[in-house]
Design a protein around this ligand. Structure first.
Ligand code: PMT
Length: 378
């Protein structure tokens, strides 16, 4: 790790206090990791959902982002299906594996149920699907293969990531970090945060407690006249610390989110070159449910796309943009999904994570084998 990255890390963790439940989380994680390491199982840390940036210490207002945690929660299920134990570090109240099928919907979970002879039962039309999900969930719980941890703010996320990553070191190459969370790039440092709710009424401007100390730094979020002014500071890029310091032997999969198709592959490649980790999965905001691009040293650039007739529904997605970031598809003048449209029409919907995760498992096997050979001096 460069001296700059090390200094940035040390400054951040000295100045931003740890979350209250960090001790509980690390105790749970330590026990979970040791048990699965003893059983020789692969373990993945899946991060999921957005991180908040509080503007006040007693937080009323904060900055947030769009992530619902679909990618993370769905991927966690497929990692479990593929034999991994999963530590699911997610934004509190974002989607969870298994229950995601019945929450954050346009329908209430009560719509899946009815009353029969004074008892609550699941509607006939949902029986089969719910029984399948319930059985999977019950098995994962019985075998203790899923550990759920949560965070809310960017600082809570980073403390948990760092501490759990260090605990995962004994897993060596059998660990994966699958960083699907949408992490804030900017934040309000603790020493520039006001204690109380920022006042909007000019007649009640910030009191002496916040403004009286002449040595205090200018608050990052403050009213100036009738405007709210926020100047945020950059969050250090912790991918560098993860790759070089916290988890040097693990497989690291980061995500790159863009909205401009012309930037996606370039930025994913840039990130891979900069951090020299194993895989960057690029996705566009408006097509992320149907296509992603894998960028890795092992396989170069590789697109994964759900065929047209099997795409899951999305209210915000824009089907016409599928293929727009894929230069070779554009040059050939085809939407790769279109070419398979006729064959697959009427097939059940395919979640793209059901294709992503087995691909990663295969890459992971190659990396584990390479590490085994290195350790054996072959
Ligand atoms: O939850 P969904 O609604 O299903 O959406 C899924 C998703 C679009 C959020 C997911 O697929 C995704 O792309 N997640 C990563 C989004 C993101 O943080 O991208 P980025 O370009 O800002 O960051 C790139 C990488 O740098 C990330 O791996 C991130 O962990 C890392 N990073 C980011 C900020 C920061 N301060 N330090 C970092 O190391």
């Amino acid at each position: 790790m460069t001296d700059d990255a090390q200094q940035a890390e040390s400054y951040y963790f000295t100045h931003e206090p740890p979350p209250k439940d960090l001790g509980t989380n690390t105790t749970l994680a330590r026990e979970f990791i040791h048990r699965h390491a003893d059983e020789g199982r692969r373990v993945v840390l899946v991060t999921s959902g957005g991180t908040t940036v509080p503007l006040e210490t007693q937080t009323v207002r904060y900055i947030d982002n769009f992530s619902a945690g679909t990618r993370g929660a769905t991927s966690a299920e497929y990692f479990l299906q593929n034999g991994y134990a999963v530590i699911f570090l997610h934004r509190q109240f974002s989607l969870l594996p298994y229950s995601r099928h019945y929450s954050h919907n346009t329908r209430s979970f009560l719509d899946y149920m009815k009353e029969e002879d004074g008892r609550v039962v699941v509607d006939e039309q949902h029986q089969e699907e719910m029984l399948r999900v319930l059985r999977q969930y019950a098995e994962v719980k019985r075998e203790n293969k899923l550990l759920i941890l949560s965070y809310v703010t960017i600082t809570e996320y980073l403390w948990n990531l760092r501490e759990v990553a260090k605990l995962m070191r004994p897993l060596g190459p059998k660990a994966i970090f699958y960083l699907a969370a949408a992490v804030s790039d900017f934040f309000v440092p603790q020493d520039r945060m006001v204690e109380h709710k920022i006042q909007s009424n000019e007649e009640f401007l910030q009191g002496a407690a916040d403004a009286g100390n002449s040595n205090a730094k200018t608050p990052a979020a403050r009213t100036e006249g009738r405007s709210l002014v926020i100047d945020l500071e950059p969050v250090p890029k912790f991918l560098q610390s993860l790759v070089d310091g916290w988890a040097p032997e693990a497989m690291i999969v980061s995500f790159k989110l863009e909205t401009d198709p012309s930037m996606l592959v370039k930025k994913a490649q840039y990130s891979l070159n900069k951090y020299s980790h194993h895989l960057v999965i690029g996705n566009l905001l408006l097509t992320r449910k149907w296509e992603v691009v894998f960028v890795s040293a092992l396989d170069g650039e590789k697109w994964i796309r759900v065929p047209h007739g099997r795409r899951t529904k999305s209210f915000t997605g824009v089907p016409a943009l599928v293929g727009s970031a894929d230069l070779s598809a554009r040059q050939d003048g085809l939407d790769a999904g279109e070419s398979e449209k006729r064959v697959l029409q009427g097939e059940p919907a395919l979640e793209i994570e059901s294709v992503i995760v087995p691909e990663i498992r295969e890459m992971h096997s190659i990396l584990i084998e390479k590490a085994r050979k290195r350790a054996g001096g072959q």
